[in-house]
Design a protein around this ligand. Sequence first.
Ligand SMILES: Nc1nc2c(c(=O)[nH]1)N[C@H]1C(S)=C(S)[C@@H](COP(=O)(O)O)O[C@H]1N2
Ligand SMILES: [Mo]
Length: 520
Amino acid sequence: MPAWAWAGLGVAVTLLALGVAQVVALLTGASTAPLVAVGDAFVDRTPPWLKDFAVATFGTNDKAVLLGGAAVVLLGLGALAGLLARRRAGTASQVVLGLGAVAALAAATRPDAGALAVLPSVVGAIVGSVALSALASRAPGAGVPSPAGSAPAGGPSSGTVPSGTADRRRFLQVLGVVGAGGAAAVVVGRAVSARLAGGTASRAQVTLPRPADPAPALPASVEVGVDGVVPFRVPNADFYRIDTALVVPQVDAASWKLRIHGMVEREVTLTYDELVAQPLVERDVTLMCVSNEVGGDLVGNARWLGLPIKPLLEKAGATAGADMVLSSSADGWTCSTPLDVLLDGRDALLAVGMNGEPLPVEHGFPVRMVVPGLYGFVSATKWVVDLEVTRFAEAQAYWTPRGWSEKAPVKTQSRIDVPAAGADVRAGTVAVAGVAWAQHRGIDAVEVRVDDGPWQPAKLGSVPSTDTWRQWVLAWDATPGRHTLAVRATDATGTPQTGDQAPPAPDGATGWHTIQVTVT
Ligand SMILES: Nc1nc2c(c(=O)[nH]1)N[C@H]1C(S)=C(S)[C@@H](COP(=O)(O)O)O[C@H]1N2
Ligand SMILES: [Mo]
Protein backbone atom coordinates (compact mmCIF):
# COMPACT_ATOMS: atom_id res chain seq x y z
CA MET A 1 0.00 0.00 0.00
CA PRO A 2 1.47 3.39 -0.95
CA ALA A 3 2.43 6.00 1.62
CA TRP A 4 -0.58 8.24 0.91
CA ALA A 5 -2.93 5.37 1.74
CA TRP A 6 -1.18 4.90 5.10
CA ALA A 7 -1.54 8.60 5.77
CA GLY A 8 -5.22 8.20 4.85
CA LEU A 9 -5.52 5.36 7.32
CA GLY A 10 -4.20 7.69 10.01
CA VAL A 11 -6.67 10.43 9.07
CA ALA A 12 -9.61 7.98 9.02
CA VAL A 13 -8.68 6.66 12.47
CA THR A 14 -8.33 10.21 13.81
CA LEU A 15 -11.79 11.13 12.52
CA LEU A 16 -13.17 7.96 14.09
CA ALA A 17 -11.58 8.87 17.43
CA LEU A 18 -12.99 12.43 17.24
CA GLY A 19 -16.44 11.09 16.33
CA VAL A 20 -16.48 8.64 19.23
CA ALA A 21 -15.29 11.39 21.57
CA GLN A 22 -18.03 13.71 20.35
CA VAL A 23 -20.67 11.08 21.06
CA VAL A 24 -19.29 10.54 24.57
CA ALA A 25 -19.33 14.32 25.02
CA LEU A 26 -23.13 14.16 24.70
CA LEU A 27 -22.97 12.88 28.28
CA THR A 28 -20.15 15.02 29.59
CA GLY A 29 -20.82 18.36 27.86
CA ALA A 30 -19.74 19.86 24.53
CA SER A 31 -16.81 21.68 26.11
CA THR A 32 -15.20 18.33 27.01
CA ALA A 33 -14.84 17.24 23.36
CA PRO A 34 -11.09 16.95 22.66
CA LEU A 35 -10.66 19.75 20.12
CA VAL A 36 -12.68 22.18 22.22
CA ALA A 37 -10.80 21.27 25.40
CA VAL A 38 -7.43 21.68 23.71
CA GLY A 39 -8.58 24.88 21.99
CA ASP A 40 -9.84 26.36 25.28
CA ALA A 41 -6.58 25.49 27.02
CA PHE A 42 -4.73 27.05 24.08
CA VAL A 43 -6.81 30.25 24.28
CA ASP A 44 -5.94 30.64 27.96
CA ARG A 45 -2.24 30.26 27.17
CA THR A 46 -2.26 32.49 24.10
CA PRO A 47 0.18 35.37 24.49
CA PRO A 48 -1.51 38.79 24.22
CA TRP A 49 0.17 39.66 20.90
CA LEU A 50 -1.18 36.50 19.29
CA LYS A 51 -4.67 37.13 20.69
CA ASP A 52 -4.56 40.70 19.35
CA PHE A 53 -3.39 39.42 15.97
CA ALA A 54 -6.17 36.82 15.89
CA VAL A 55 -8.87 39.36 16.75
CA ALA A 56 -7.45 41.89 14.27
CA THR A 57 -7.23 39.30 11.49
CA PHE A 58 -10.28 37.16 12.03
CA GLY A 59 -12.47 39.44 14.14
CA THR A 60 -15.27 37.55 15.80
CA ASN A 61 -14.54 34.52 13.56
CA ASP A 62 -11.40 33.88 15.62
CA LYS A 63 -13.06 30.98 17.45
CA ALA A 64 -14.00 29.13 14.26
CA VAL A 65 -10.52 29.72 12.86
CA LEU A 66 -8.93 28.34 16.03
CA LEU A 67 -11.11 25.21 16.07
CA GLY A 68 -10.53 24.65 12.35
CA GLY A 69 -6.79 25.12 12.81
CA ALA A 70 -6.73 22.66 15.70
CA ALA A 71 -8.60 20.12 13.55
CA VAL A 72 -6.11 20.54 10.70
CA VAL A 73 -3.13 20.10 13.07
CA LEU A 74 -4.66 17.01 14.65
CA LEU A 75 -5.53 15.41 11.31
CA GLY A 76 -1.95 16.12 10.20
CA LEU A 77 -0.63 14.34 13.28
CA GLY A 78 -3.06 11.51 12.54
CA ALA A 79 -1.64 11.22 9.01
CA LEU A 80 1.88 11.01 10.46
CA ALA A 81 0.71 8.30 12.86
CA GLY A 82 -0.68 6.43 9.86
CA LEU A 83 2.66 6.66 8.05
CA LEU A 84 4.40 5.44 11.18
CA ALA A 85 1.99 2.48 11.35
CA ARG A 86 3.36 1.24 8.04
CA ARG A 87 6.48 0.03 9.84
CA ARG A 88 5.63 0.25 13.54
CA ALA A 89 1.93 -0.23 14.18
CA GLY A 90 2.48 -0.59 17.93
CA THR A 91 4.28 2.72 18.24
CA ALA A 92 1.66 4.43 16.07
CA SER A 93 -1.09 3.19 18.40
CA GLN A 94 0.82 4.63 21.31
CA VAL A 95 1.05 7.98 19.52
CA VAL A 96 -2.74 8.02 19.20
CA LEU A 97 -3.08 7.21 22.90
CA GLY A 98 -0.58 9.99 23.66
CA LEU A 99 -2.60 12.55 21.70
CA GLY A 100 -5.67 11.42 23.61
CA ALA A 101 -3.80 11.87 26.89
CA VAL A 102 -2.89 15.45 25.95
CA ALA A 103 -6.54 16.23 25.17
CA ALA A 104 -7.68 14.51 28.38
CA LEU A 105 -5.23 16.61 30.38
CA ALA A 106 -6.52 19.78 28.71
CA ALA A 107 -10.12 18.77 29.50
CA ALA A 108 -9.33 17.86 33.11
CA THR A 109 -7.59 21.16 33.83
CA ARG A 110 -10.37 23.45 32.60
CA PRO A 111 -11.72 25.56 35.47
CA ASP A 112 -15.19 24.11 34.98
CA ALA A 113 -14.09 20.49 34.47
CA GLY A 114 -16.34 17.84 35.98
CA ALA A 115 -15.07 14.45 37.13
CA LEU A 116 -15.90 12.87 33.76
CA ALA A 117 -14.32 15.57 31.60
CA VAL A 118 -11.51 13.23 30.48
CA LEU A 119 -13.92 10.57 29.24
CA PRO A 120 -14.41 11.74 25.62
CA SER A 121 -10.67 12.00 24.95
CA VAL A 122 -9.86 8.74 26.72
CA VAL A 123 -12.57 6.69 25.03
CA GLY A 124 -11.88 8.30 21.65
CA ALA A 125 -8.15 7.61 21.90
CA ILE A 126 -8.64 3.98 22.97
CA VAL A 127 -11.05 3.32 20.10
CA GLY A 128 -8.68 5.14 17.74
CA SER A 129 -5.61 3.20 18.77
CA VAL A 130 -7.39 -0.17 18.60
CA ALA A 131 -8.78 0.74 15.19
CA LEU A 132 -5.34 1.80 14.04
CA SER A 133 -3.68 -1.50 14.89
CA ALA A 134 -6.60 -3.52 13.56
CA LEU A 135 -6.61 -1.67 10.25
CA ALA A 136 -2.83 -1.60 9.97
CA SER A 137 -2.64 -5.37 10.35
CA ARG A 138 -5.29 -5.83 7.68
CA ALA A 139 -3.83 -3.37 5.19
CA PRO A 140 -3.07 -5.01 1.85
CA GLY A 141 0.52 -6.17 2.02
CA ALA A 142 0.87 -5.58 5.74
CA GLY A 143 2.31 -8.23 8.03
CA VAL A 144 4.85 -9.21 5.41
CA PRO A 145 8.37 -9.28 6.68
CA SER A 146 9.87 -6.60 4.52
CA PRO A 147 13.22 -5.30 5.65
CA ALA A 148 13.25 -1.52 5.83
CA GLY A 149 14.35 -0.02 2.57
CA SER A 150 13.62 -3.10 0.46
CA ALA A 151 10.74 -3.69 -1.89
CA PRO A 152 7.57 -1.93 -0.75
CA ALA A 153 5.12 -3.97 1.23
CA GLY A 154 2.61 -5.63 -1.03
CA GLY A 155 5.31 -6.05 -3.64
CA PRO A 156 6.15 -9.23 -5.49
CA SER A 157 7.50 -10.95 -2.38
CA SER A 158 4.19 -10.97 -0.52
CA GLY A 159 3.02 -14.51 -0.43
CA THR A 160 0.76 -14.82 2.58
CA VAL A 161 -1.48 -11.75 2.23
CA PRO A 162 -3.33 -11.53 -1.04
CA SER A 163 -2.66 -8.24 -2.67
CA GLY A 164 -3.66 -6.42 -5.79
CA THR A 165 -5.67 -3.47 -6.78
CA ALA A 166 -9.02 -5.07 -5.85
CA ASP A 167 -7.89 -5.64 -2.28
CA ARG A 168 -6.49 -2.19 -2.06
CA ARG A 169 -9.65 -0.64 -3.39
CA ARG A 170 -11.77 -2.57 -0.91
CA PHE A 171 -9.47 -1.52 1.93
CA LEU A 172 -9.57 2.12 0.90
CA GLN A 173 -13.37 1.90 0.87
CA VAL A 174 -13.26 0.64 4.44
CA LEU A 175 -11.03 3.58 5.39
CA GLY A 176 -13.46 5.94 3.67
CA VAL A 177 -16.39 4.55 5.63
CA VAL A 178 -14.50 4.78 8.93
CA GLY A 179 -13.38 8.36 8.26
CA ALA A 180 -16.75 9.55 6.97
CA GLY A 181 -18.52 7.87 9.90
CA GLY A 182 -16.24 9.66 12.34
CA ALA A 183 -16.72 13.01 10.63
CA ALA A 184 -20.50 12.55 10.58
CA ALA A 185 -20.47 11.69 14.28
CA VAL A 186 -18.57 14.92 14.98
CA VAL A 187 -21.04 17.04 13.03
CA VAL A 188 -24.19 15.35 14.33
CA GLY A 189 -22.82 15.13 17.87
CA ARG A 190 -22.08 18.84 17.96
CA ALA A 191 -25.54 19.69 16.66
CA VAL A 192 -27.29 17.40 19.15
CA SER A 193 -25.14 18.78 21.98
CA ALA A 194 -26.21 22.30 21.10
CA ARG A 195 -29.87 21.21 21.17
CA LEU A 196 -29.68 19.34 24.44
CA ALA A 197 -27.52 21.97 26.05
CA GLY A 198 -28.69 22.96 29.49
CA GLY A 199 -28.68 26.71 28.88
CA THR A 200 -30.52 26.60 25.58
CA ALA A 201 -33.23 24.29 26.93
CA SER A 202 -33.51 26.19 30.18
CA ARG A 203 -33.79 29.55 28.39
CA ALA A 204 -36.83 28.28 26.50
CA GLN A 205 -38.58 27.66 29.84
CA VAL A 206 -37.87 31.03 31.41
CA THR A 207 -40.38 33.86 31.50
CA LEU A 208 -39.18 37.20 32.75
CA PRO A 209 -41.15 39.26 35.25
CA ARG A 210 -42.19 42.80 34.41
CA PRO A 211 -39.76 45.42 35.62
CA ALA A 212 -40.73 47.08 38.89
CA ASP A 213 -38.84 50.11 37.63
CA PRO A 214 -39.19 50.22 33.84
CA ALA A 215 -36.94 52.18 31.52
CA PRO A 216 -38.66 55.26 30.10
CA ALA A 217 -40.07 54.96 26.59
CA LEU A 218 -37.45 56.15 24.12
CA PRO A 219 -38.35 59.32 22.24
CA ALA A 220 -38.10 59.03 18.46
CA SER A 221 -35.34 61.63 18.64
CA VAL A 222 -32.82 59.06 19.94
CA GLU A 223 -32.44 58.32 16.22
CA VAL A 224 -31.12 61.09 14.00
CA GLY A 225 -32.89 59.40 11.13
CA VAL A 226 -29.94 58.76 8.84
CA ASP A 227 -29.78 55.43 7.02
CA GLY A 228 -26.61 53.53 7.83
CA VAL A 229 -26.21 54.79 11.38
CA VAL A 230 -26.22 51.91 13.88
CA PRO A 231 -29.68 51.71 15.51
CA PHE A 232 -29.89 53.30 18.96
CA ARG A 233 -30.92 49.93 20.36
CA VAL A 234 -29.04 47.03 18.74
CA PRO A 235 -31.12 43.85 18.26
CA ASN A 236 -29.76 40.84 20.16
CA ALA A 237 -28.90 38.97 16.98
CA ASP A 238 -26.66 41.85 15.82
CA PHE A 239 -25.09 42.60 19.19
CA TYR A 240 -21.30 42.12 19.20
CA ARG A 241 -20.05 39.09 21.09
CA ILE A 242 -16.68 38.81 22.81
CA ASP A 243 -15.55 36.12 25.22
CA THR A 244 -12.93 33.44 25.67
CA ALA A 245 -15.37 30.51 25.40
CA LEU A 246 -14.99 28.22 22.37
CA VAL A 247 -18.23 26.51 23.29
CA VAL A 248 -20.82 28.74 24.90
CA PRO A 249 -21.16 27.83 28.60
CA GLN A 250 -24.50 26.16 29.21
CA VAL A 251 -25.99 27.08 32.54
CA ASP A 252 -29.40 25.88 33.67
CA ALA A 253 -31.39 28.63 35.39
CA ALA A 254 -32.93 26.05 37.74
CA SER A 255 -29.54 25.13 39.18
CA TRP A 256 -27.93 28.58 38.86
CA LYS A 257 -26.65 30.05 42.08
CA LEU A 258 -24.66 33.16 42.84
CA ARG A 259 -22.38 33.20 45.84
CA ILE A 260 -21.17 36.48 47.37
CA HIS A 261 -18.29 35.85 49.72
CA GLY A 262 -14.74 36.87 50.62
CA MET A 263 -14.22 40.03 52.65
CA VAL A 264 -17.84 40.22 53.80
CA GLU A 265 -19.65 40.17 57.08
CA ARG A 266 -22.01 37.47 55.91
CA GLU A 267 -22.07 35.30 52.81
CA VAL A 268 -25.05 35.73 50.52
CA THR A 269 -26.32 33.18 48.03
CA LEU A 270 -29.00 33.76 45.48
CA THR A 271 -30.92 31.39 43.20
CA TYR A 272 -32.48 32.39 39.90
CA ASP A 273 -35.99 32.19 41.32
CA GLU A 274 -34.96 34.38 44.26
CA LEU A 275 -33.37 36.87 41.88
CA VAL A 276 -36.37 37.30 39.59
CA ALA A 277 -38.77 37.43 42.55
CA GLN A 278 -37.21 40.74 43.62
CA PRO A 279 -38.09 44.13 42.13
CA LEU A 280 -36.11 44.37 38.88
CA VAL A 281 -35.07 47.52 37.08
CA GLU A 282 -34.82 48.07 33.35
CA ARG A 283 -32.13 50.33 31.89
CA ASP A 284 -30.62 51.27 28.53
CA VAL A 285 -26.88 50.77 28.84
CA THR A 286 -24.16 50.79 26.18
CA LEU A 287 -21.58 48.03 26.50
CA MET A 288 -18.22 48.19 24.87
CA CYS A 289 -15.10 46.13 24.44
CA VAL A 290 -11.67 47.45 25.32
CA SER A 291 -10.34 45.73 22.17
CA ASN A 292 -12.39 48.07 20.00
CA GLU A 293 -10.18 50.01 17.60
CA VAL A 294 -10.99 53.65 16.88
CA GLY A 295 -13.93 53.45 14.46
CA GLY A 296 -14.60 49.80 15.36
CA ASP A 297 -17.90 48.08 16.05
CA LEU A 298 -17.27 46.17 19.31
CA VAL A 299 -19.81 48.36 21.02
CA GLY A 300 -23.58 48.09 21.35
CA ASN A 301 -26.53 49.44 23.25
CA ALA A 302 -29.30 47.32 24.72
CA ARG A 303 -32.14 47.49 27.20
CA TRP A 304 -31.21 45.34 30.19
CA LEU A 305 -33.52 43.96 32.88
CA GLY A 306 -31.84 43.08 36.13
CA LEU A 307 -31.38 43.24 39.86
CA PRO A 308 -29.25 46.09 41.22
CA ILE A 309 -25.97 44.75 42.63
CA LYS A 310 -25.50 47.45 45.26
CA PRO A 311 -28.14 46.26 47.78
CA LEU A 312 -26.85 42.70 47.50
CA LEU A 313 -23.31 43.81 48.28
CA GLU A 314 -24.63 45.91 51.15
CA LYS A 315 -26.47 42.89 52.50
CA ALA A 316 -23.21 40.94 52.44
CA GLY A 317 -21.40 43.89 54.04
CA ALA A 318 -17.89 44.44 52.69
CA THR A 319 -15.29 44.56 55.44
CA ALA A 320 -12.68 47.31 55.84
CA GLY A 321 -9.95 47.34 53.23
CA ALA A 322 -11.96 45.60 50.49
CA ASP A 323 -11.69 47.50 47.19
CA MET A 324 -12.54 45.00 44.45
CA VAL A 325 -15.16 42.48 43.43
CA LEU A 326 -13.71 39.53 41.54
CA SER A 327 -16.58 38.04 39.54
CA SER A 328 -16.29 34.57 38.01
CA SER A 329 -18.24 32.90 35.27
CA ALA A 330 -19.35 29.28 35.08
CA ASP A 331 -16.38 28.55 32.81
CA GLY A 332 -13.84 30.08 35.16
CA TRP A 333 -13.25 33.45 33.47
CA THR A 334 -12.71 36.24 36.01
CA CYS A 335 -13.11 39.99 36.07
CA SER A 336 -12.07 42.70 38.53
CA THR A 337 -14.48 45.56 39.23
CA PRO A 338 -13.77 48.35 41.71
CA LEU A 339 -16.03 47.96 44.75
CA ASP A 340 -16.70 51.70 44.93
CA VAL A 341 -18.06 51.68 41.36
CA LEU A 342 -20.54 48.96 42.30
CA LEU A 343 -21.61 50.94 45.36
CA ASP A 344 -21.73 54.50 43.96
CA GLY A 345 -25.36 54.28 42.91
CA ARG A 346 -25.00 53.80 39.16
CA ASP A 347 -27.16 51.11 37.58
CA ALA A 348 -24.81 48.16 38.09
CA LEU A 349 -27.01 45.13 37.43
CA LEU A 350 -27.18 41.39 37.60
CA ALA A 351 -28.98 41.29 34.27
CA VAL A 352 -31.40 38.53 33.26
CA GLY A 353 -33.06 40.22 30.29
CA MET A 354 -31.77 41.83 27.10
CA ASN A 355 -34.08 43.82 24.85
CA GLY A 356 -37.20 42.18 26.27
CA GLU A 357 -35.95 38.58 26.13
CA PRO A 358 -34.11 36.31 28.54
CA LEU A 359 -30.38 36.84 27.96
CA PRO A 360 -29.29 34.97 24.85
CA VAL A 361 -27.04 32.06 25.83
CA GLU A 362 -24.03 33.66 24.11
CA HIS A 363 -24.66 36.90 26.02
CA GLY A 364 -24.57 35.19 29.40
CA PHE A 365 -27.77 33.26 30.16
CA PRO A 366 -29.05 33.04 32.81
CA VAL A 367 -27.33 35.99 34.53
CA ARG A 368 -24.58 38.46 33.64
CA MET A 369 -23.22 41.68 35.04
CA VAL A 370 -23.78 45.06 33.37
CA VAL A 371 -21.99 48.10 34.82
CA PRO A 372 -22.33 51.44 33.01
CA GLY A 373 -19.04 53.21 32.38
CA LEU A 374 -16.52 50.35 32.43
CA TYR A 375 -15.18 48.29 29.56
CA GLY A 376 -16.69 44.80 29.35
CA PHE A 377 -13.56 42.95 30.49
CA VAL A 378 -13.66 44.68 33.90
CA SER A 379 -17.41 44.66 34.43
CA ALA A 380 -19.66 42.57 32.21
CA THR A 381 -19.16 38.98 33.39
CA LYS A 382 -21.44 36.62 31.49
CA TRP A 383 -22.68 33.34 33.04
CA VAL A 384 -21.72 34.92 36.36
CA VAL A 385 -21.81 32.54 39.35
CA ASP A 386 -19.50 34.04 41.97
CA LEU A 387 -18.69 37.44 43.45
CA GLU A 388 -15.69 37.51 45.73
CA VAL A 389 -15.19 40.73 47.66
CA THR A 390 -11.43 41.19 47.85
CA ARG A 391 -8.55 43.59 47.21
CA PHE A 392 -6.72 44.57 44.03
CA ALA A 393 -3.53 43.85 45.98
CA GLU A 394 -4.62 40.28 46.53
CA ALA A 395 -6.44 38.99 43.46
CA GLN A 396 -6.02 39.25 39.69
CA ALA A 397 -8.60 38.88 36.95
CA TYR A 398 -8.21 36.80 33.77
CA TRP A 399 -6.82 39.59 31.59
CA THR A 400 -4.60 41.28 34.18
CA PRO A 401 -1.53 39.02 33.83
CA ARG A 402 -2.13 39.11 30.06
CA GLY A 403 -1.19 42.75 29.76
CA TRP A 404 -4.50 44.57 30.31
CA SER A 405 -5.29 47.04 33.07
CA GLU A 406 -6.93 45.93 36.29
CA LYS A 407 -9.16 49.03 36.16
CA ALA A 408 -10.58 50.44 32.93
CA PRO A 409 -13.26 53.14 32.76
CA VAL A 410 -14.43 53.70 29.17
CA LYS A 411 -12.75 56.48 27.23
CA THR A 412 -14.73 59.06 25.29
CA GLN A 413 -15.08 57.90 21.70
CA SER A 414 -16.97 58.79 18.55
CA ARG A 415 -17.46 57.06 15.23
CA ILE A 416 -18.53 58.11 11.74
CA ASP A 417 -21.03 55.56 10.36
CA VAL A 418 -22.15 57.57 7.33
CA PRO A 419 -20.70 58.08 4.77
CA ALA A 420 -18.70 54.87 4.88
CA ALA A 421 -14.92 55.16 4.75
CA GLY A 422 -13.81 55.38 1.12
CA ALA A 423 -17.35 56.09 -0.15
CA ASP A 424 -18.18 58.11 -3.27
CA VAL A 425 -20.79 60.75 -2.53
CA ARG A 426 -22.59 63.36 -4.60
CA ALA A 427 -21.72 67.03 -4.20
CA GLY A 428 -24.30 69.04 -2.24
CA THR A 429 -25.71 68.51 1.22
CA VAL A 430 -24.45 65.23 2.68
CA ALA A 431 -25.44 63.88 6.10
CA VAL A 432 -22.38 62.94 8.11
CA ALA A 433 -23.59 60.88 11.06
CA GLY A 434 -22.64 58.33 13.64
CA VAL A 435 -22.47 57.65 17.36
CA ALA A 436 -20.41 58.87 20.29
CA TRP A 437 -20.11 57.48 23.80
CA ALA A 438 -18.68 58.25 27.22
CA GLN A 439 -20.81 55.98 29.39
CA HIS A 440 -21.82 57.33 32.78
CA ARG A 441 -20.31 60.72 32.02
CA GLY A 442 -22.47 61.40 28.98
CA ILE A 443 -21.81 63.15 25.67
CA ASP A 444 -22.27 66.94 25.55
CA ALA A 445 -20.94 67.75 22.09
CA VAL A 446 -19.77 66.14 18.87
CA GLU A 447 -17.80 68.03 16.26
CA VAL A 448 -16.77 67.18 12.72
CA ARG A 449 -13.81 68.54 10.86
CA VAL A 450 -13.52 68.54 7.08
CA ASP A 451 -9.93 68.54 5.84
CA ASP A 452 -8.13 71.37 7.69
CA GLY A 453 -11.29 73.35 8.33
CA PRO A 454 -12.79 74.35 11.68
CA TRP A 455 -14.49 71.87 14.01
CA GLN A 456 -18.21 72.13 13.24
CA PRO A 457 -20.79 71.23 15.90
CA ALA A 458 -23.04 68.27 15.02
CA LYS A 459 -26.67 67.97 16.06
CA LEU A 460 -27.14 65.40 18.82
CA GLY A 461 -29.84 62.77 19.18
CA SER A 462 -31.54 62.59 22.56
CA VAL A 463 -30.59 60.03 25.22
CA PRO A 464 -32.42 58.48 28.16
CA SER A 465 -29.40 58.83 30.46
CA THR A 466 -25.64 59.35 30.47
CA ASP A 467 -25.16 55.58 30.24
CA THR A 468 -25.84 55.17 26.54
CA TRP A 469 -24.19 56.17 23.33
CA ARG A 470 -25.58 59.16 21.48
CA GLN A 471 -26.28 59.56 17.77
CA TRP A 472 -25.16 62.71 15.97
CA VAL A 473 -25.52 64.22 12.51
CA LEU A 474 -24.00 67.11 10.60
CA ALA A 475 -25.28 68.50 7.31
CA TRP A 476 -22.11 68.91 5.26
CA ASP A 477 -21.98 71.03 2.13
CA ALA A 478 -19.78 68.66 0.13
CA THR A 479 -17.69 70.09 -2.69
CA PRO A 480 -16.10 67.94 -5.43
CA GLY A 481 -12.75 66.34 -4.64
CA ARG A 482 -11.19 64.03 -2.06
CA HIS A 483 -11.97 64.99 1.54
CA THR A 484 -10.92 63.85 4.98
CA LEU A 485 -13.57 63.78 7.70
CA ALA A 486 -12.68 63.53 11.39
CA VAL A 487 -14.95 63.40 14.45
CA ARG A 488 -14.41 64.14 18.12
CA ALA A 489 -16.73 64.22 21.11
CA THR A 490 -16.71 66.09 24.38
CA ASP A 491 -18.03 64.37 27.47
CA ALA A 492 -20.36 65.99 29.97
CA THR A 493 -17.47 66.85 32.28
CA GLY A 494 -16.31 69.17 29.49
CA THR A 495 -13.29 67.07 28.53
CA PRO A 496 -12.75 66.73 24.78
CA GLN A 497 -11.84 63.36 23.28
CA THR A 498 -8.10 63.17 22.79
CA GLY A 499 -6.63 63.04 19.30
CA ASP A 500 -3.57 61.17 20.57
CA GLN A 501 -3.53 57.75 19.02
CA ALA A 502 -3.21 54.78 21.37
CA PRO A 503 -3.81 51.07 20.69
CA PRO A 504 -6.48 49.09 22.59
CA ALA A 505 -4.03 47.56 25.11
CA PRO A 506 -3.82 48.06 28.01
CA ASP A 507 -6.90 50.19 28.71
CA GLY A 508 -8.65 51.26 25.51
CA ALA A 509 -7.81 52.88 22.16
CA THR A 510 -7.81 56.63 21.65
CA GLY A 511 -7.66 58.94 18.64
CA TRP A 512 -10.14 60.58 16.30
CA HIS A 513 -12.01 58.41 13.83
CA THR A 514 -10.92 59.78 10.48
CA ILE A 515 -12.18 58.69 7.06
CA GLN A 516 -11.69 59.66 3.45
CA VAL A 517 -14.48 60.19 0.92
CA THR A 518 -14.62 61.23 -2.72
CA VAL A 519 -17.19 63.82 -3.74
CA THR A 520 -18.23 63.99 -7.42
N1 LIG B 1 -17.66 34.81 31.14
C1 LIG B 1 -17.16 35.77 30.39
N2 LIG B 1 -17.73 37.00 30.44
C2 LIG B 1 -17.25 38.00 29.68
C3 LIG B 1 -16.15 37.80 28.83
C4 LIG B 1 -15.56 36.50 28.79
O1 LIG B 1 -14.59 36.24 28.07
N3 LIG B 1 -16.10 35.52 29.57
N4 LIG B 1 -15.70 38.84 28.06
C5 LIG B 1 -16.02 40.19 28.49
C6 LIG B 1 -15.76 41.17 27.45
S1 LIG B 1 -14.11 41.41 27.05
C7 LIG B 1 -16.74 41.93 26.88
S2 LIG B 1 -16.36 43.21 25.88
C8 LIG B 1 -18.16 41.65 27.14
C9 LIG B 1 -18.92 41.43 25.85
O2 LIG B 1 -20.24 41.09 26.10
P1 LIG B 1 -21.16 40.62 24.89
O3 LIG B 1 -20.49 39.42 24.27
O4 LIG B 1 -22.49 40.30 25.47
O5 LIG B 1 -21.22 41.76 23.91
O6 LIG B 1 -18.32 40.47 27.93
C10 LIG B 1 -17.43 40.36 29.00
N5 LIG B 1 -17.85 39.22 29.77
MO1 LIG C 1 -13.99 43.11 25.75
